[in-house]
Design a protein around this ligand. Structure first.
Ligand code: PMV
Length: 334
């Protein structure tokens, strides 16, 4: 294991921040133990946490019961604690497949853990996953691991140093560092929100059909090859494999005509692309040809998507040392 920075003990009030994330290869198959590649992206979620008379989220005092992720964090990480007021600002669109729930879970786990004496980076990965899984009921630790580690990470696939080993029930996942090829990516939200849990359940049913294991093996092969191609900085091969991964996602039923339209619109400026996250709406990720990031983003915007040119964020979820530097809000809560 490598020694990523621990979360230090910090008294309230404090602020914690986490990057969003984007899945490059292997979503859905990772839930069934296959390989995945993710990167933490430079769209942050920041949570100010202070003691209060009544717990609330951006002024909403019902949120400790109604907001599944806040509720899950209070239950798992704050038993017996005083009420806390959360002030959340986010640049990650919600329910869009870009990691708003993972980032919220990781930033809140970091903040509450700091207020309770700190936690190791591995411990934070476990806690962020427990918060998200507790709220969603299904899923892998891929998203939370990526936003806790920062940069590129593989799950159950090739890579460099081992960062975390995580498990839940019979599921086991090993998270490794993957070298950053220094590329910019374009992610784009279709404007169609969707539920990760229902997409994961629908794909689970699809994979229980007779060709399910063969499909999972194909997802795994594409993800492993994709991770190796990223490590080798082979842009053309990564583009080809992104397209191949998209074909598999279409086969398991999680694409959407709006996602296909965004991918088609970006085509002249990219080497490949796919939906990212649970699908059935949500977002796409495309790898632009060198220097054509803005053109890819413009083409997607013209087709009705909300594009972001993103770079990997190397810093995983952490305590903010200058909490006055709030993130520019895109949306108001996780
Ligand atoms: O849509 P998101 O960002 O919640 O990503 C889900 C990724 C899945 O592989 C579909 C589920 C999971 O927990 O890994």
């Amino acid at each position: 294991m490598t020694d990523l920075d621990a979360i230090p003990a910090t008294a309230l009030p404090l602020a914690a921040r986490s990057p969003g994330k984007c899945i490059l290869f292997g979503e859905h198959a990772v839930v069934h133990g296959r390989a995945e590649l993710l990167l933490a992206i430079d769209l942050p979620v920041q949570i100010g946490i202070s003691s209060s008379k009544r717990s609330s989220l951006n002024g909403d005092t019902a949120a400790p019961e109604t907001h599944a992720y806040f509720h899950s964090a209070l239950e798992r990480l704050w038993a017996g604690g005083d009420p806390v007021d959360l002030h959340v600002t986010s640049r990650v669109p919600r329910a869009a497949g870009l990691g708003s729930s993972a980032a919220f879970s990781a930033a809140l786990a970091a903040g509450l853990s700091a207020a309770r004496g700190g936690v190791s980076r591995v411990g934070l990965a476990e806690r962020a996953f427990a918060v998200e899984r507790g709220a969603q009921g299904v899923g892998s630790p891929g998203d939370t691991a990526a936003v806790v580690a920062g940069g590129y990470v593989s799950v159950n696939g090739p890579g460099d140093a081992e960062l975390f080993r995580l498990s839940e029930g019979t599921g086991k996942w090993t998270v490794r560092r993957v070298r950053d090829p220094s590329w910019s990516w374009v992610v784009a939200y279709s404007g169609i929100p969707r539920s990760t849990a229902s997409a994961v359940r629908a794909v689970g049913l699809r994979l229980a059909e007779s060709d399910g294991v063969e499909l999972l093996d194909q997802f795994h092969r594409v993800a492993e090859a994709g991770i190796r191609a990223v490590q080798a900085e082979d842009r053309a091969e990564v583009g080809r494999l992104l397209d191949e991964n998209q074909t598999l996602l279409v086969r398991v039923g999680v694409s959407h005509p709006r996602l296909e339209a965004l991918l088609a619109a970006s085509r002249p400026a990219v080497v490949g692309g796919k939906l990212t996250g649970a699908g059935a709406g949500g977002s796409v990720v495309v790898l632009p040809m060198p220097g054509r990031e803005l053109e890819a983003a413009r083409r997607i915007a013209r087709a009705g998507g909300l594009p972001f040119v993103v770079r990997p964020e190397p810093l995983g979820a952490s305590i903010v040392t200058n909490p006055d530097a709030e993130v520019e809000p895109e949306t108001s809560a996780s």
